[in-house]
Write a protein that binds this ligand. Structure first.
Ligand SMILES: CC(C)(COP(=O)(O)OP(=O)(O)OC[C@H]1O[C@@H](n2cnc3c(N)ncnc32)[C@H](O)[C@@H]1OP(=O)(O)O)[C@@H](O)C(=O)NCCC(=O)NCCS
Length: 143
């Protein structure tokens, strides 16, 4: 299967929405499109789609995280591969591109937060050279 990686564009909103639902994040198409426009025009962000058989089969979003107490790092904000195209190297290719972009921006540290329930994703990250550094709880305040 030939996999092409391309920059994400607003016209990909429908596919991004479909895949985001598989990730467990259903969102209105208008909101997804707005998010894409903002992300792709923002500095220090990289959003990519994977194309196979002329269809979008995955996406990834990485961004530069600036915290006070650590050196800057790239965080993977989201990654999903279509459930019918998993296990074929699509996720690895998306990660490879984010690694290249990270090095281009001079950052040698990539991090990802992954729900403790996503055991398969954890194995995926291990197989792609990531090591587990900590478990954490996420707190949220809705206003
Ligand atoms: C996790 C995910 C992105 C992996 O994408 P993928 O295209 O299926 O992965 P690849 O085919 O590129 O696999 C790359 C490596 O990870 C391993 N891997 C991938 N999925 C795996 C699974 N379910 N269980 C065990 N290992 C897995 C592969 O075996 C391969 O390793 P190897 O070549 O050393 O054998 C995909 O399964 C997915 O979208 N899952 C649902 C959403 C999700 O959990 N996203 C991550 C949120 S943090």
């Amino acid at each position: 299967m030939e996999i092409q990686i391309k920059p994400m564009a607003a016209q990909h909103a429908q596919d991004v929405q479909r895949l985001s639902e598989q990730l467990g994040y259903p969102l209105a198409i208008e909101q997804i499109e707005d998010n894409i426009r903002k992300v792709i025009s923002a500095k220090d962000n990289s959003a990519l789609v994977a194309i196979a058989d002329e269809k979008i089969v995955g996406w990834i979003h990485g961004f530069k995280a600036m915290l006070l107490e650590t050196n800057p790092f790239i965080e993977i904000g989201g990654l999903v591969v279509d459930e019918n195209h998993r296990g074929k190297g699509v996720g690895r290719k998306l990660i490879e591109r984010i690694k290249e972009w990270s090095l281009e921006t001079g950052i040698h540290d990539i991090r990802v937060r992954s729900n403790v329930k996503r055991k398969e994703a954890h194995q995926f990250y291990r197989n792609n050279g990531f090591t587990e550094t900590k478990e954490q709880k996420v707190f949220r305040l809705k206003l």
